[in-house]
Design a protein around this ligand. Structure first.
Ligand code: NI
Length: 187
């Protein structure tokens, strides 16, 4: 196990299209995934994509807290949102389920110190393979869908500021308290 260095915006590894993983069960893929999970935990990230640790492969990891999703999505009616368990996806594909977009704040371990409002599809279907070679197919909404879109964008060389429609909301995290918001998680 190892905690890896995280690439920051400006490094070319973050701007290139990552290559598909030929054999999800290969030992070196397993080692990379273990290191990604160690790095994500150490950095207290919500998610991490392999290019962020200088490995231009199509692998993402994420965990979505149900409580966090509840706060982000402003869910009312008392319907509890379940946690999305720690998920590793190899060669993931994301497909929007509608044209509806919503703005939400995002931060990124590769863009430290900043946060911005990013439009994302509110509902997506995604699929990919686990390290055991099992296929995962899920439908996601709201914050869950946002996290998946953010991570999978990394595999196409896209960082969240490139998705922003209004760069005036790209601000320092330290200014957030002035806006009455203190919760930031990076992905
Ligand atoms: Ni990110």
């Amino acid at each position: 196990m190892a905690i890896l260095k995280i690439a920051r915006m400006g490094h070319p590894v973050l701007n290139r299209v990552a290559t598909p993983v030929a054999d999800p069960a290969a030992p070196e893929v397993g080692r990379l995934i273990m290191d990604m999970l160690d790095t994500m935990e150490d950095a207290e990230g919500t998610g991490l994509a392999a290019p962020q640790v200088y490995a231009p492969k199509r692998i993402v990891a994420f965990f979505v807290s149900g409580a966090r999703a509840q706060r982000e999505d402003g869910a009312d009616g008392g319907v509890k949102i379940d946690d999305v368990p720690l998920t590793v996806l190899i060669n993931p594909v994301v497909e929007p389920l509608s044209d509806v977009m919503a703005l939400g704040w995002e931060a990124c371990l590769s863009v430290p110190g900043l946060i911005g409002e990013v439009p994302r599809h509110t509902a997506v279907r995604y699929r990919g393979w686990t390290p055991k070679g099992e296929e995962i197919v899920r439908e996601a909404q709201g914050f869950h869908a946002r996290v998946v879109q953010h991570e999978c964008d990394h595999l196409d060389g896209i960082l969240y500021p490139q998705r922003m429609s209004d760069l005036s909301t790209l601000i320092f995290t330290s200014e957030l308290s002035a806006r009455g918001r203190v919760e930031v998680e990076e992905a």
